[in-house]
Write a protein that binds this ligand. Sequence first.
Ligand code: AMP
Length: 395
Amino acid sequence: MLVFILNAGSSSLKYQLMNPTTQNVLASGLVERIGIDGRLVHISNDSKTKLEITMPTHKEAIEKVLETLTTGDTKVIDSIEDIDSIGHRVVHGGEYFSKSVIVDQDVISKLEELIPLAPLHNPANILGMKICMDLMPNKENVAVFDTAFHQTMAPSSYMYALPFEDYEDHGIRKYGFHGTSHSFVSNEAVKLLNKKDSKVIVCHLGNGSSICAVRDGKSIDTSMGLTPLEGLMMGTRSGDIDAGVLSYLMSKKDMNAEEVVNYLNKKSGLLGISGISSDLREIIEAGEQGNERAELCIDMKCKRIKKYICSYAGMLEGVDAICFTAGIGENADLIREKVCSGLEFMGVELDREKNSIRNDENREINTQNSKTKIFVIPTNEEFVIAKDTYSLTKA
Ligand code: AMP
């Protein structure tokens, strides 16, 4: 069984070819600058191949990827017939989808309806599906949604305190994102806890970051909202902000709505505060050399994570495990230490030595006496996509 996993963006696409039962990845890669010039980086057979080749549209890009999988030194399968099914990462499933589904015309129509909620992402996701259906007409396609895991939130968690009609008429509410990661990591945590009734907080800290409160395997609240802009301070996104800042910015800096959205999404967060980079590694380095804005950046990032952890611990009425995942969560021991320090009052005791160990395994980094477990759990969103695709399409 082989699943081709596709994550199509507006001018890029990421892919993997995975056996969902063994988790073996035969090949993976990234195509960028589609419609500009086209660059493909492909990894298979223990080597990395880089190609610069014109790809006017996503169709040529996917054709090239399939050719790369089946020919030359990069070949890992004899023909596309060896691919059993295709799993698509889809950003927004709105209220229609609370789990992964086999793609048909009705699914595509619903995703098209949801485009206003994810104008940058859903069109590319739909395009990826249509091209795969065209190039591999005898294969089934499965849509796996970033939002689906959070469809278990109660209205009191997902509603904004705005006029109710705007929820009814325009779907304005919190949807949450990173659902495949929160689902995978919380599931791993529950296995490690070996406990029936579980209260878990997952901190997905990457370039995009979000936190999720998971009770008995179900998302009860999460920090991202209608869009992935709400919540934590991120690489270039502001996270939570007083909505009053928007109109103030518009008048003070003569910005229109689009410019303000761009400012909050692309120029803020770690980049905006540090003035150095959106990459936390560079900020940590600058902080170590005494750069005050870099230090402020790290303090702000950690304080906000802590604020959400404490609020979610309250909402869960206790917490069995705090989990760290994604680029920062898995690798930045400094951030984990700063986030956990001072949380001893709620039974969180970090073991500094265990925290400094780096590997790719699930690991426990709390002291033996800590009432709350602290886990580092490497996320694997592609595996969730492959697993769901396999379970929905196996004969
Ligand atoms: P992701 O979006 O999950 O790929 O995570 C990207 C973020 O992880 C970037 O901000 C990186 O700087 C950060 N990151 C990756 N490795 C490390 C590390 N060793 N220490 C600190 N941050 C890291």
